[in-house]
Design a protein. Structure first.
Length: 95
């Protein structure tokens, strides 16, 4: 069972790398925000998996919930900032 959690954790890390690419090289601000939010969501799942591996699910669920709340507030704040700045829906110039 531990090897299953390990493989799922490695797969989540691979998906996080793909989301990191979208967060860094996203053509728009919305793509970058979605990439960062996806990394945060996968991190929450990874924290719960770590809790299952170490048989301390109660502690890691609390940490995951706190991290999810911080991630949600940060993405809301960033999207609100870019919306006020009128840079949220701007498309890059095509060449």
């Amino acid at each position: 069972m531990h090897s299953l959690f390990l493989y799922v954790g490695l797969y989540l890390c691979f998906l996080m790398v793909l989301s990191l690419y979208r967060g860094v090289a996203g053509p728009t601000v919305v793509d970058r925000l979605i990439g960062v939010n996806a990394i945060g969501s996968k991190t929450v799942v990874l924290l719960v998996l770590i809790g299952l591996l170490y048989d301390r699910i109660d502690m890691f669920v609390d940490i995951a919930l706190a991290y999810a709340m911080l991630n949600f507030i940060a993405v809301l704040g960033a999207s609100r900032y870019f919306q006020k700045r009128k840079g949220l829906y701007e498309e890059p110039p095509y060449k």
